[in-house]
Design a protein around this ligand. Structure first.
Ligand code: PAF
Length: 278
């Protein structure tokens, strides 16, 4: 596996694959890799001849007071995992490479970015859209893969790619979970052992809401019961817990085809998100 740091080295590294017409997959990450990321790499391997991963902790998508400084960084372990997973090239740009002095452009995907995580984390999706556009333009892959755990992010990226007319297929990969149901996340590393124990209440609350709605209970009553269960389990602020349209993320008060339950809640100093198809 080749490791490239500077943007100038990227194109020469990709040139031979492009000339040979080899199908290229991109797996963008912020590092601190876990089995969820490796599922993206495995799916990329199945769908393309060459797999490029990126590790870049993108300052633009962190708000003031968020966890940019403490976000876990473990480059050597990540590189070893990617190599073992069959990744061909790892691009780890510096901040100055992606955002050179004077960088003044932001991409904002209105509408779909504005609710839920967009409301709880102002500017977050502008940062995501801007960096993903830069990574896609740098690598120009045939496909790019993102986890369904960040369900709104995936929808924002689909909108971005459609609106800019980028010729890349966006592939969503199902969430990978621990044995008890907790969705894998690099931020799970922040949880104390007691919080880790309690964190399972989030997927359980989503599952109970799903069962209640499927069995005909009103959406608002089901959601309220799940929020109460989160509070009882020791969660603090619940940023949102909602049934939404799976494509537009608009809130739903009735079950509908493609609907998704989405939630974000704080446990100690950690903010956890998760979602389930209805
Ligand atoms: O999901 C992530 O890890 C990040 O938001 C992404 C897509 C790599 C952009 O920084």
């Amino acid at each position: 596996m080749q490791i490239i740091r500077d943007l100038a080295g990227l194109e020469p590294a990709l040139a031979a694959w492009r000339e040979a017409g080899e199908r290229l997959a991109l797996v963008p990450t912020m590092g601190a890799l876990h089995a969820g990321h490796m599922a993206l790499v495995a799916e990329a391997r199945r769908r393309a001849k060459r797999v490029v991963a990126t590790i870049f902790v993108n300052p633009l998508q962190f708000g003031a007071g968020e966890d940019l400084d403490r976000y876990p960084r473990q480059e050597e372990a990540d590189a070893a995992l990617l190599e073992g997973g069959g990744c061909d090239l790892l691009w780890m740009p510096d901040v100055a490479d992606l955002y050179p002095p004077g960088f003044a452009t932001a991409i904002s995907v209105s509408g779909i970015s504005e609710r839920w995580d967009g409301a709880a984390r102002p500017g977050h999706f502008d940062g995501v859209a801007t960096v993903v556009a830069k990574l896609l333009l740098g690598v120009r892959p045939n496909i790019a893969l993102f986890g369904e755990k960040d369900f709104q992010q995936l929808a924002v990226i689909r909108r971005l790619v459609a609106d800019l007319g980028l010729t890349v297929e966006i592939v969503g990969v199902p969430t990978v979970r621990e044995a008890d149901g907790l969705a894998l996340s690099s931020r799970n590393a922040y949880l104390s052992s007691d919080e880790r124990h309690r964190a399972v209440a989030l997927p359980q609350a989503l599952e109970s809401a799903r069962e209640a709605i499927r069995s005909g209970d009103p959406v608002d009553v089901s959601v309220a019961a799940s929020i109460a269960a989160l509070t009882a389990a020791g969660f603090g602020r619940v940023d949102y817990f909602a049934l939404v349209d799976g494509a537009t993320l608009a809130p739903l008060d009735q079950p509908a085809p493609g609907a998704r339950l989405i939630a974000a809640a704080h446990l100690g100093s950690t903010r956890l998100i998760d979602n389930l198809a209805l």
